[in-house]
Design a protein around this ligand. Structure first.
Ligand code: IYR
Length: 220
């Protein structure tokens, strides 16, 4: 039975303040860059916890919250992840990837070497759960799993940025090795590996731009 509560957390801003807030958030978010050179400085655990709580506030199909986040900071586990990811990436860059895909990646300067998987203080592995397994063994199906987990991941990236950290969305493919290393069950699919931490002091980012509003939106 549906139960309803008043929308007590909603805050309305006067139009001028709304305009100011939207512009300020735009400036804050559009200076975010994906970073591939990390410092090995530790990050406060509480910050990661708060960012994960933000991620977990994402809307999801039937509010079933079909995600699980594994935070890895243990050096030995990070080394295993790096080794397995680089094995997949070697196969990708030297065979599996079609020419067209490699051409599309050229401006990013990426290759099969992923030292940040060991150096960064924090790897957040995001799993998408196709169903929920109840303690009695029953399965409850989840809905719109990729959409839901994608939204949660976006909030996580925004939260980390807002806190003053940088991140990298890393998607070695296939990612089945993450289930094995992290002991996650088969009905959880590794969705994305988010590398998080401080940037290296000499971090540099590719000279690439973003599409204009005209290119990404149509007002009917
Ligand atoms: N997973 C590889 C290749 C790669 C693919 C895309 I699409 C990117 O935007 C970036 C990289 C890697 O991490 O190098």
């Amino acid at each position: 039975m549906a139960k309803f509560l008043p929308l007590s957390a909603y805050v309305e801003y006067p139009p001028e303040e709304m305009i100011r807030r939207a512009a300020a958030f735009k400036s804050e978010m559009t200076r975010r860059r994906t970073v591939r050179q990390f410092s090995d400085r530790a990050v406060p655990r509480g910050v990661i916890e708060d960012c994960l709580i933000t991620a977990g506030s994402a809307p999801s199909g039937a509010n079933l919250q079909p995600w699980h986040f594994v935070v890895v900071s243990d050096a030995a586990i990070k080394a295993r992840i790096r080794e397995a990811a680089e094995r997949e990436e070697r196969a990708f860059y030297h065979g599996r990837a079609p020419r067209e895909w490699l051409d599309a990646l050229a401006s990013l300067g990426t290759d099969e070497n992923k030292p940040y998987l060991e150096r960064a203080p924090c790897l957040i592995v995001i799993f998408a759960k196709t169903f929920e397994l109840l303690p009695d063994g029953r399965k409850v199906k989840n809905y719109y799993v990729s959409e839901s987990v994608g939204i949660a991941t976006g909030l996580l990236i925004a939260a980390l940025h807002h806190a003053g950290l940088v991140s990298l969305t890393h998607t070695p493919s296939p990612m089945g090795f993450l289930n094995e290393i992290l002991n996650r069950p088969k009905h959880e699919r590794a969705f994305l590996l988010l590398v998080a931490g401080y940037p290296a002091e000499d971090a540099a980012v590719p000279d690439i731009g973003r599409k204009s509003l005209d290119e990404i939106a149509t007002f009917g």
